[in-house]
Design a protein around this ligand. Sequence first.
Ligand code: PGA
Length: 261
Amino acid sequence: MNTRRTMLVANWKMNKTVVEAVGWLNTFYPQAAERAAQQELVEVAVCAPFTVLHPLYVALRRLNSKVKLGAQDVFWQERGAFTGEISAEMLQEFRTKYVICGHSERRVLLQESSEMVSRKCGAAVKAGITPILCVGESISVRRGGLLLQWLEAQLYESLAFWDNQETIVVAYEPVWAIGTGQSATAADAEQACGYIRQVLRERAGEMADHISILYGGGVTPENIGELLDCPNVDGALVGGASLDPDAFGKIVLAGCKEQPK
Ligand code: PGA
């Protein structure tokens, strides 16, 4: 019996000041989050910049909201001389439940390797924070017919920390679909997410059936329904469309219609 909830996760990236973040929540909360929060099988999270985690934490508590907080990065060391970095313990202070690790923007722009990503995921897990591990291919890898090999290698290297039991979330995010207005088709998303589950199953057996695998890249209120209908797509990591509380609200409401997988 599987226990995979539908997860709808906003990734705000480097957007929103404190005033904007709290304003977003005040618009979003009354329309969709309340309804979603009542459903045990839907999980809604906002991965926000570090600077707005505390005000959002306060606002979510005030609203008694079940919307969860997430961060967009974490460093692997617990403390010390690492100028500019943020530890998992620091994120814990705001009940941060999730942290995105290995987003392609960090892998590409900041040369984050899968080895670094694995150490970050490991630090998160140790602190009781669930990593949302991002994997995905560039357009040249896809055109070269190397999609499956690429995903397998990224998973293998980025999950070096994993003991096969700790809770993790994996997000399949094809680099060519991120922020380009071009989404993968539902069939593309299912193929990749299904393959990711197969790789996880080879490694962790039945545990793989309990891991949420999300799709990310060009998700909108218009395409979320067909993506969530895919048997191996358990939710979405939403960038651009999550900046607008109305659009993200529509995406959450679409998730509330889904049956658990
Ligand atoms: P997008 O970004 O929805 O704007 O394509 C998704 C992501 O990068 O997580």
